[in-house]
Design a protein around this ligand. Structure first.
Ligand SMILES: [Zn+2]
Ligand SMILES: [Zn+2]
Length: 342
């Protein structure tokens, strides 16, 4: 089968032939239809220090996908060929204290699909049956392909109650924009999004942000936004050190921050502001398995469609163009097609 493979250190990927994986007793084999390119994949393409440290090679990469079950292992119940599925990209150990307490999203031995085990940027992927999410009828293939990323946004947005609250979101990449859409759906009173890119701010507007701010050196002027006390809630989606300190500075006393963005270095933090304002900071990673997935399916049924972030499609063999496009500041979600579109 064709697959996108990271061979070793350095930049680039290979679009090459590898054997079709053989599913184990508790696994399913999925024929991949469409995949979403994630920031993680860009880091792996680039071969940055995180990727060099984390990705075991050679490795078929990719974790955002939708496909169709073609085969199930002998020990698999409840799943059948033909079902349209995605999967939780963190394959958990099943034996640690958090896995055994059904807090799988807190597993510290989780393996990333397309990072520490072969992923979905391929014609077929094999996964443990318990990682599989069966889509409800009616979901579009593009939406299903990016459910994993949508889940990051939902996990952030649902960290705290939003109805009637004011929300500041730093970072309007696809996940930040999706989080803005969820906040709007949750009836937040005011949603303000900041980013350095005007393209991304447009994405945030389309998501339903009430106001967008071009991020700069100036602190966010909460008074000018009509906020006497600052923001109730913050979503840190950028990984930018200056965005984080701006966010902390713009929070009301007792404000709560959900932090998903990953800085690539240590970040100095004004702890006195956190203490004196009694802020809560909740780190967010991945999705709750499978609570977040159920919530996403419900949101989708209610009309919240994450595909407003999709800007480009490429055939899998055009991966170089696709990755270059995704790496530019003027793309939202980029989809790779593993079977031709009708
Ligand atoms: Zn992702
Ligand atoms: Zn575990």
């Amino acid at each position: 089968m064709k697959a996108l493979v990271k061979r070793g250190p350095g930049e680039g990927l290979e679009y090459t032939d590898v054997p079709v994986p053989v599913p184990g007793r508790h696994d399913v084999l999925v024929r991949v239809l469409r995949t979403g390119i994630c920031g993680t994949d860009l880091h792996i393409f680039e071969g940055n220090p995180w990727a060099a440290r984390t990705v075991t090679t050679p490795r078929v990469i990719g974790h955002e996908f939708v496909g169709e079950i073609v085969r199930t292992g002998a020990g698999v119940g409840g799943l059948v060929p033909g079902q349209l599925v995605g999967a939780e990209g963190h394959v958990t150990c099943g034996t640690c204290v958090n896995c055994r307490a059904d807090r799988k999203h807190l597993c510290r031995a989780a393996q990333g699909l397309g990072v520490q085990r072969d992923g979905a940027f391929a014609e077929f992927v094999s996964l443990p049956a318990e990682s599989v999410w069966v889509h409800r009828p009616g979901v579009s293939l593009d939406a299903a392909a990016i459910f994993d990323a949508f889940g990051n946004a939902v996990h952030v947005a649902d960290a705290f109650a939003l109805r009637g609250r004011t929300v500041l979101i730093t970072g309007a990449g696809p996940i930040g924009a999706m989080a803005a859409a969820v906040a709007r759906h949750r009836d937040a009173a005011l949603i303000v999004v900041s980013d350095v890119s005007s393209f991304r701010l447009d994405l945030a507007r389309r998501a339903g942000a009430h106001q967008v701010i071009e991020a700069g050196d100036e602190p966010i002027d909460t008074a000018a936004l009509g906020l006497e006390h600052g923001f109730d809630t913050g979503f840190e989606m950028s990984g930018s050190p200056s965005a984080l300190s701006g966010l902390i500075g713009a929070m009301a006393h007792g404000g709560r921050i959900a932090a998903l963005g990953l800085p690539d270095r240590e970040v100095p933090v004004d702890w006195s502001a956190i203490s004196l304002r009694m802020l809560t900071i909740q780190g967010i990673s991945g999705r709750k398995v499978f609570d977040t997935w159920h919530t996403m399916a419900g949101l989708y049924d209610e009309g919240l469609d994450p595909t407003f972030t999709v800007t480009h499609h490429f055939a899998a063999e055009d991966y170089e163009k696709a990755f270059a496009t995704a790496a530019e500041g003027t793309a939202g979600k980029v989809i790779l097609d593993w079977v031709p579109r009708d």
